[in-house]
Design a binder for this molecule. Structure first.
Ligand code: SAM
Ligand code: SF4
Length: 461
């Protein structure tokens, strides 16, 4: 507990998060760690003694957003004496001590590997010993970052840290370090604890999650899977599926090279594994995929999709695509459009290529103009809307099982949840339906990314 004068008081912290699910997970773990050190975690920044901004480096725009936010909160310090402001995560790791040049008045900055040192760093900053920067390479003790905040029905669980793939455009391996898989025992202990707190859905996270257990052993040598699985990830799905209370299991992000027959079989066999996979393709052109160093061709990708769909015919697929990668021609782009139609993506996230200093692609000419990147981006979004309507229309008239999240973000009068296929389902609230319930919803109409319907029955409350 901190002291003000001689009086003990409880410090409060607000964490603002940018970036991917892994950053969301890190922010939650930081919140849980700080709570164990006596902090209150606030959902709003008003009144917070400590403001932490968890940053993303994946595109220039993501960094600009985090820098803008940091400058704003630093400017709020005179209005709130005693407040300290810190940055954590990927951008801090990338910039190192230079972050202090970008954000004047920042009290501390801690990189991706050193998050468990935050309680001590914040304490020092509050005592006026800042600015402090720690972007060391030595890994924090990961288990001190396995805590969760109570109250949610869904949780992210890290299973694979870092990334060894080194795609030509990507800064992630530089800022998140070498691939390392958490021992299955630790992951299972964490999931069991979550189930004990009432969590019903877990998402197992890794930048390339299908590499789980490939570089370091995660299972005891004499481990036997009931289903006879020998690959580490299928075994993990099976073991998580046996934990009482866990009704839904997701894992992300996928890579086509990891879509083995056994993984496909495990998705079909393990009850609770959702009918959805996020499988970033990035491009449909072999020439571009090669330059991106993705390690597969368009045909390899489609073969992986066929393998998965043969085992799980109801599988929904989502993807990431980069438009305007160096040297991407109109023909390359048209190949991407064709692949996207053939793979029948339920949703896609389209990114305009952004050169990242220190990556191989940053040395190549960024030769697709911003206007052309925007044009290609719009075309893929329009294609996706058309495909989304076509695919979702097949759901009209069917009952879809939904994990209820609560009031919809867009319209608080209506409620929202997610299907096993990860589609947002909107329905009218009912007195008997609460957040965390599993309900069956009759789908009446659809949008490109949303299903609308009426709750017919509560499956589990
Ligand atoms: N590990 C995941 C994978 O391999 O697909 C995702 C990593 S990254 C956090 C999320 C997405 O950002 C990528 O799939 C890619 O589409 C996009 N991305 C990464 N680097 C980018 C860059 N330099 N410019 C534009 N988009 C980028
Ligand atoms: Fe980046 Fe490629 Fe690793 Fe994904 S797999 S994090 S895109 S290097």
């Amino acid at each position: 507990m901190a002291t003000r004068g001689n009086e003990p008081f409880q410090r409060s912290v607000h964490i603002k998060t940018y970036g991917c699910q892994m950053n969301v997970r890190d922010s939650e773990a930081i919140g849980a760690l700080l709570m164990r050190h006596g902090y209150r975690v606030l959902t709003g920044e008003e009144g917070a003694d400590v403001i932490l901004v968890n940053t993303c480096s994946v595109r220039g725009k993501a960094e600009d957003k985090a820098l803008g936010k940091l400058r704003l909160v630093v400017a709020s310090k005179p209005m709130r004496p005693g407040r300290v402001v810190g940055a954590v995560g990927c951008m801090v790791q990338r910039l190192g001590v230079d972050i202090l040049k970008h954000v004047k008045g920042l009290d501390f900055a801690v990189g991706t590997h050193r998050l468990s040192t935050l309680p001590a760093v914040i304490e020092a900053a509050c005592e006026g010993r800042g600015p402090l920067v720690d972007t060391g390479e030595e890994e924090s003790e990961t288990e001190s970052l396995s805590g969760h905040l109570a109250g949610s029905m869904s949780a992210f669980v890290n299973v694979l840290l870092g990334c060894d793939r080194r795609c030509a455009y990507c800064i992630v391996p530089t800022v998140r370090g070498r691939e390392w898989s958490r021992p299955s025992e630790n992951v299972l202990r964490e999931v069991a604890a979550l189930a004990g707190q009432g969590v019903r859905e877990v998402t197992l996270l890794g930048q390339s999650v299908m590499s789980y257990g490939r570089k370091n052993a995660v299972w005891p040598v004499d481990y036997k899977s009931d289903f006879g699985f020998v690959e580490p990830l299928p075994r993990l799905l099976e073991a998580v599926g046996r934990i009482g209370g866990i009704r839904r299991i997701r894992f992300t992000s996928g890579h086509p090279s990891g879509c083995s027959e056994e993984l496909a079989r495990s998705m079909a066999m393990v009850s609770g594994v959702c009918d959805h996979l996020h499988l970033p393709v990035q491009s449909g052109s072999d020439a571009v995929l090669k330059r991106m160093r993705r390690g597969y061709s368009a045909e390899d990708y489609l073969a992986a999709v066929r393998r998965l769909r043969a085992a799980v015919p109801t599988l929904a697929l989502t993807t990431d695509v980069i438009v305007g990668f160096p040297g991407e021609t109109v023909d390359d782009f048209e190949a991407t459009r064709r692949l996207m139609d053939e793979a029948r993506f339920d949703n896609s996230f389209i990114f305009k290529y952004s050169p990242r200093e220190g990556t191989p692609a940053a040395d190549w000419t960024d030769d697709v103009s911003p206007e052309e990147k925007l044009r290609r981006n719009h075309i893929l979004l329009e294609d996706q809307d058309r495909r989304g309507i076509e695919l979702n229309s097949a759901c009209v008239g069917s009952l879809v099982e939904v994990l209820v999240e609560g009031p919809s973000l867009r319209n608080q009068e209506r409620w929202a949840g997610r299907s096993s296929t990860n589609k947002i389902v909107i329905f009218d609230p009912r007195e008997t339906v609460n957040a965390g319930d599993i309900v069956n919803v009759l789908i009446e109409r659809v949008g490109p990314q949303v299903l609308y319907g009426t709750v017919k029955e509560v499956v589990l409350s």
